[in-house]
Design a protein around this ligand. Structure first.
Ligand code: F6R
Length: 595
């Protein structure tokens, strides 16, 4: 989603802002812009990539030591130069960048129009900046103007504001959308996350909801939501710039696929003896609710049967976006497992809040320490995947799976007296098996090439293989734009098999006790012309020759961790040979902060 970066210091702001926006590209966007402060607030905006903005800025180098940059992921109004941020107030004296949505913007716009304000764009942000201006003219006080504005707003936001009359400072505030303040020496920053400023500083202040910060090169001054001065507590990030760069790989995704042995190992190492929740909490829980979106949801679908098997506790995995609208039966003391790489996904956050309100105990799994979900959870455990830049998740998903296995074992131990020693040994063996699978990429490239004609594709499996198929299908769709469906293998013949034509690729995942049945279902599609490919760790007795990728073996419960690797390569190479934008697929954003 939108990305924000701001700089105030001794250096020229322009290049720092452009560089920062490049680091934020991974979040997904369709236009970009900057404001640099000189005598006036100077704006530069461009539809398309940051490269376009950068080319424009070399023809028109804005000078000044303070500025704001923004990548916009369109919500109100099409992507174009006018709708891009920063937006200026009617008199050109206030600039605003915004991540989020002002839901009541029409009503606020009418109010401002009645006071004589004119609007040039279709955005809610232009309403925001003119509202700040209106209150600034009324109060002559920057903090009060921002406070009154955010009090009027329904919705959620991260704001970066510059007032020409206080031009050494950047003001920042947030509600539900992330914003951090980078603490440098003689220079300070604001940003949507750590990546744009990590090469300048590893020290950050994590702005809390409703706080307003005034950031100058010497000082960061913060008011809490009651307008009382707040102490600026420093948080230091434990990774450096290399972690957020490609390191010789052609794409971040390829690098991140290769980082999976380490991501899984680090996650396991850190959490092997973790209790996750107090024993009493686990003993008293009668139900587990898992909420997440996208790939994190698929990790939750893998966890459900494993928890039910090991802990014998009823477990439900829900689309976070549906959770609070479907009246889930939540009882006090139920456990709600919230899974999110970014820790900022709006639907997941809303589901967390709903579960909390209904009395559930929250256990969140996040990759980004200090993210909103982390901060709002009474219990958080961290995947140790490091920064994930490619929009499509790989290493964070694998780390989530390994953490969920550990949680399932712990729940089983407390609820059922499970002796988890052997299972833990098996979990510890996963990183080396994943490492081994990384060598398979050339074989998978050949499979991907053999299906280069495909417009529709099916991935089938049963039980945990079906959950793995769902993840594989999502990856393939988002990266290669091939229409793909994951199907419970036994369900195909109840209707969907009618879509199978001569050459339709059908991939079967067969790693569970049900493998033979899945293969029978695959053969039913082959009889109707399908072009099959099997991923299995079993010895199958096939009468016909079918291309088969042989997976290593582990406990059946943990097979989704191994199945994921060749299928990630399959998506990667399917996208590669179609020349797709692998790290930033069209229409997608890394951190989905709108519902
Ligand atoms: C798919 C993908 C998305 C995310 C989803 C949730 O490759 O990356 O489906 O898994 O948007 O994001 P987080 O985990 O940040 O809540």
């Amino acid at each position: 989603m939108c990305g924000i970066v701001g700089y105030t210091g001794e250096k020229q702001a322009l290049n720092i802002l452009i560089d920062g926006l490049k680091k934020l590209e991974y979040r997904g966007y369709d236009s970009a812009g900057i404001t640099v402060v000189n005598e006036n607030l100077q704006n530069l905006k461009a539809k398309g990539k940051v490269k376009q903005l950068s080319d424009l800025s070399s023809q028109n180098p804005l000078t000044g030591n303070v500025g704001l940059g923004h990548t916009r992921w369109a919500t109100h109004g099409v992507p174009n130069d006018i709708n891009s941020h920063p937006h200026l107030s009617n008199d050109g004296k206030i600039a605003l960048v915004h991540n989020g949505i002002i839901e009541n913007y029409s009503e606020l716009k009418e109010k401002l129009q009645s006071k004589g304000y004119i609007f040039h764009s279709e955005t809610d942000t232009e309403v925001g900046v003119n509202l700040i201006d209106y209150y600034y003219k009324e109060t002559k006080d920057t903090f009060k103007a921002i406070r009154k504005t955010i009090n009027d707003i329904h919705g959620h936001f991260a704001f970066g504001v510059i007032f020409q009359e206080d031009k050494d400072a950047i003001y920042a505030t947030r509600l539900q959308n992330p914003l951090v303040i980078g603490l440098g020496k003689g220079e300070n920053f604001i940003a949507s996350d750590f990546t744009p400023t990590i090469s300048y500083t590893k020290d950050f202040y994590l702005l809390e909801e409703g706080e307003i910060a005034k950031v100058t090169k010497e000082k960061v001054f913060v008011l809490d939501e009651k307008d009382i001065e707040k102490q600026v507590v420093k948080y230091t990030v434990d990774w450096d710039i290399e972690a957020a760069e490609k390191g010789g790989y052609e794409h971040f995704m390829l690098k991140e696929i290769h980082e999976q042995p380490k991501a899984v190992l680090d996650t396991i190492k850190d959490n092997l003896n973790e209790q996750f929740l107090a024993e009493e909490v686990i003993k008293n829980a009668n139900k587990i609710h898992i909420v997440a979106c996208g790939s994190a949801l698929h990790a939750g679908l893998v966890a459900k049967p494993i928890i039910e098997k090991l802990a014998k506790i009823s477990t439900e995995t829900y689309y976070a976006s549906e959770f609070r609208y479907t009246n889930p039966l939540i009882n006090k003391g139920d456990i709600c497992i919230v899974i999110s790489q970014s820790g900022e996904t709006a639907d997941t956050l809303a589901a967390l809040r709903h579960a909390k309100k209904e009395g559930a105990i929250i256990l969140s799994i996040v990759n980004v320490l200090g993210s909103t979900i982390d901060r709002e959870s009474e219990n958080t455990v961290y995947t140790k995947a490091g920064p994930e830049i490619a929009v499509a998740t790989t290493k964070a998903y694998s780390a989530q799976l390994s953490l969920l296995y550990l949680i399932a074992c712990r729940l089983g131990e407390v609820k059922q007296g499970l002796d988890k020693k052997e299972l833990l040994e098996e979990i510890k063996s996963l990183p080396s098996k994943i490492e081994e699978l990384l060598k398979s990429k050339d074989d998978i490239l050949e499979y991907a090439k053999s299906f280069n004609y495909a417009k529709n594709l099916f991935i089938i499996g049963r039980g945990l293989d079906f959950a793995a198929a769902m993840e594989a299908s999502l990856k393939l769709k988002e990266l290669s734009y091939i229409h793909s469906e994951a199907y419970a293998a036994g369900e195909l013949k109840h209707g969907t098999i009618s879509l199978i034509e001569q050459g339709t690729p059908v991939l079967a995942i067969a790693t569970q006790a049900t493998a033979e049945k899945t293969i029978s279902n695959l053969l039913e599609t082959v009889s109707r012309g399908a072009s099959p490919l099997i991923f299995t760790n079993k010895e199958l007795n096939l009468d016909i020759d079918i291309k088969t990728f042989k997976l290593p073996t582990t406990n059946d419960m943990f097979m989704p961790s191994l199945t994921a690797i060749p299928l990630q390569f399959f998506s990667y190479y399917s996208a590669y040979i179609r020349d797709c934008d692998i790290d930033m697929p069209r229409n997608l954003a890394k951190s989905v902060t709108v519902e």
